[in-house]
Design a protein around this ligand. Structure first.
Ligand code: HGY
Ligand code: MN
Ligand code: MN
Length: 400
């Protein structure tokens, strides 16, 4: 059963971004809600029991009545602004397609199975990554989550409420976590990081599918720059308090520190108020994303930025160095014929569940260019089919 031509293809026109080439499906926006509707339709077509949990995560259950803990698969549906078509939805569409394939072949599960779409994985709108899964495992307080604001000053609580998602019970869902026996997230490969055998990603390994070893430590920080708003054409340079000078200094310090410590650090989002070409800004803010194979390198980048610029970034999101369950990872790789096992520089809900002690691993589908978080993100249809086949093989080996 084709996943790209089938279920994933059904999202082709949902939430197309302003560029017309990518997708803008930020959490709890109309586009995200359309994707959530698609999830319900996929589940309905497979006669799965659907539920939305207290944190807005979507679940589609196959034989929830069976004894034992569940085999759970899935990913997320929200995107970054102008993101690609595969990051998130490929994992959800592949999970539904795997169930459809198993159903067609008269497979009978021996324990509960579920497809999950975690809410707000990208954190593109409210700033914190993996909100739905972090709330579920208790790694993010409901107070902090509900108070998160988007760039218009709207809160996550308002956005969820407006979307019809009650927020009064948002928070740790220990009972649900206890029901998860293992979680396998299928995801498009992002970048070409070296596999354990040193080959850089699935292209170098000449493999359509790999297994995730873990996730690099990474975090997000914010820096605010105060200024004095004034006229661009009438204020002498000496009389200015221009926040853009400090902002520019931090941007350059971030790149220099990343080079120094072999980290990946990015300033991808800035906010300048009022943002008029002929006004000296009254204030400005920037956000830093920093990652590395080693947490010390990440911490050194931030320490250098503080030392060199005198500005102190405020940490908004942190993901510790994450190793997926070694036994599950090795077993899945073995089921698939010893495919490459490789780390991920990208964060995932799988990382949140792994850090919460849930046996977790990932299936990564080859990305020819490695490009992601951009309209150019793509995976070959044949490789997506290999991904579904790998998920089916994993289920057959793990749920019998
Ligand atoms: O930012 C990340 O690494 C992921 O795509 N959320
Ligand atoms: Mn992403
Ligand atoms: Mn993702």
């Amino acid at each position: 059963m084709s996943v790209v031509g089938g279920l994933l293809g059904e999202l082709t026109d949902v939430g197309v971004s302003a560029s017309g080439r990518g997708y803008d499906r930020q959490s709890w926006t109309a586009a995200d809600l359309e994707c959530r509707q698609w999830f319900l339709q996929c589940a309905d077509a497979l006669d799965l029991d659907v539920e939305t949990d207290r944190n807005g995560n979507l679940w589609a259950w196959w034989r929830p009545d069976l004894p034992g803990t569940a085999f759970v698969m899935g990913s997320h549906l929200d995107s970054v602004p102008d993101g690609g078509a595969y990051d998130g939805p490929l994992g959800v569409a592949s999970a539904f397609t795997a169930i459809a394939t198993l159903r067609r072949d008269d497979f009978v599960p021996t324990r509960p199975m579920a497809v999950v779409a975690f809410a707000d994985e990208e954190g593109a709108r409210f700033g914190v990554a993996c909100v739905g899964s972090r709330l579920m495992v208790g790694a993010l307080s409901s107070e902090r989550a509900l108070g998160l604001k988007d760039s218009d000053g709207g809160s996550l609580a308002d956005a969820m409420t407006r979307a019809g998602q009650p927020v009064r019970h948002v928070g740790h869902d220990a009972e649900r976590v206890a029901r998860i026996g293992e979680f396998v997230e299928l995801h498009i490969e992002q970048g070409h990081l070296p596999a354990r055998d040193g080959r850089a990603g699935l292209i170098a390994a000449d493999a359509p599918v790999g297994v995730g070893a873990g996730i690099w430590p990474h975090g997000r920080w914010r820096v605010d720059f105060p200024g004095q708003q004034n006229h661009a054409g009438t204020t002498p340079l000496a009389a200015r308090r221009d926040p853009m000078i400090g902002l520019a200094h931090v941007v350059l310090a971030v790149r220099r520190a990343a080079q120094t410590y072999g980290a990946l650090a990015t300033v991808g989002k800035v906010r300048v108020v009022p943002g008029a070409v002929n006004s000296i800004p009254g204030s400005a803010s920037l956000w830093i994303d920093a990652r590395a194979a080693d947490e010390r390198a990440v911490r050194r980048v931030l320490a250098d930025v503080r030392r060199v610029t005198g500005f102190s970034p405020t940490e908004e999101s942190w993901t510790a160095d994450t190793a997926f369950d070694p036994g599950l990872t090795a077993a899945v790789a073995a089921h698939l014929g010893d495919v490459p096992v490789l780390p991920s520089g990208a964060g995932h809900d799988a990382g949140v569940l792994a850090l919460a002690g849930i046996p977790t691993t990932m299936l990564l589908v080859r990305n020819p260019t490695g490009i992601s978080h951009a309209p150019e993100e793509r995976a070959d249809d044949a490789d997506c089919e290999h991904g579904v086949a790998a998920l089916v093989a994993t289920i057959r080996a793990r749920v019998r």
